[in-house]
Design a protein around this ligand. Structure first.
Ligand code: PPS
Length: 296
């Protein structure tokens, strides 16, 4: 199926859902998703949108199933289903997760921590949370909003930054999301909290940390293969990783694999916008144990 703007429904509207801004594609299946039966070896990749979900999904998929050939025939969004999505052209992420033939099952969510189905906690599943600095996240989200017809209209850039600061984004406030998950880490030990910037700085080191968290022993050669396989340039040209098969994305507006950089925000924020953003950030982000880098 390819992108056809004439066959698409209008852009969805944001609404308040249990205190979080959401769109119906991620709430219509709420009861079923809440009833999801996790297995003890399931691995959940949790992120605020645009924080490196696809990158880490690919890493885990290669670490576990790199030898199986799935990478050349099954697109990443089918290998690592998006739990809460439900959409006529894309199906139900919950059903896809239920029917995953792999063991372990690797599942993606953008939920804030309080929305995660109970069974993940009951089964003590391993969870990998990926966070990205908010300036690059909002830039990436803005371009994603232009190309992803499932997102509300992004409008212009200065309005968009304001809405991001106000938490009026799909999946709510970035600030609440990263803080909520950070807090959870203090009481739930099977949570590995990692940063996009660290991954960009030294992918091999972060893969080592992931292996240790997941209890995986992989040879240096295998890890090198994974590190190379998930390089931005490789994923960008790989049809199974770059979402080019997704009929709701308008690639004329922006590619999904857009730049893959730390610091691209400098090409978007004016000096005044950056100062306002930082001032607001300092008010909201009071936990000094959670630190983000906007450059490396
Ligand atoms: S989504 O839609 O929320 O699942 O998007 P997500 O995958 O979390 O984030 C997309 C951004 O991650 C970048 N990306 C990468 N950067 C570096 N290396 C690799 N391999 C990689 N894969 C994806 C992608 O380009 C998006 O960031 P921007 O800044 O828009 O380029």
């Amino acid at each position: 199926m390819s992108f056809d703007p004439n066959k698409l429904p209008p852009r969805p509207e944001l609404f308040d859902f249990h205190g979080v801004s959401m769109i119906h594609y991620f709430t219509d299946n709420w009861e079923n998703v809440q009833d999801f039966q996790a297995r003890p070896d399931d691995i959940l990749i949790a992120t605020y949108s645009k924080s490196g979900t696809t990158w880490v999904s690919y890493i885990l998929d290669l670490l576990y199933f790199g030898h199986t050939g799935r990478q050349t025939s099954v697109p990443i969004f089918k290998r690592v289903p998006f739990l809460e999505i439900i959409h006529p052209a894309l199906g139900s992420g919950k059903d896809m997760a239920d029917n995953l033939p792999t063991s372990p099952r690797i599942i993606k969510t953008h939920y804030p921590v309080q929305f995660v189905p109970k069974s993940f906690w009951d089964q003590n599943c391993r969870i990998v949370y990926v966070a990205r600095n908010p300036k690059d996240t909002v830039v990436s989200y803005f371009h994603f909003g232009r190309m992803n017809t499932l997102e509300p209209e992004p409008g212009d850039w200065s309005d968009y930054i304001r809405r991001f600061m106000d938490g009026k984004m799909v999946f709510g406030s970035w600030y609440d999301h990263v803080n909520g998950w950070w807090k959870k880490k203090q009481t739930y030990s099977n949570l590995h909290y990692m940063f996009y910037e660290d991954l960009a700085e030294d992918t091999g080191r972060e893969i080592d940390k992931l292996c240790s968290f997941l209890g995986l022993s992989r040879s240096d050669e295998e890890k090198k293969r994974v590190t190379e396989g998930v390089h931005f340039d490789n994923m960008k040209k790989d049809k199974m990783a770059n979402y080019s098969e997704v009929p709701i994305f308008d690639f004329k507006m922006s590619p999904f694999m857009r730049k893959g950089k730390v610091g691209d925000w400098k090409n978007h924020f004016s000096v005044a916008q950056s100062e306002q953003f930082d001032e607001d950030y300092n008010k909201k982000m009071t936990d000094v144990t959670l630190q983000f880098r906007t450059e490396i």
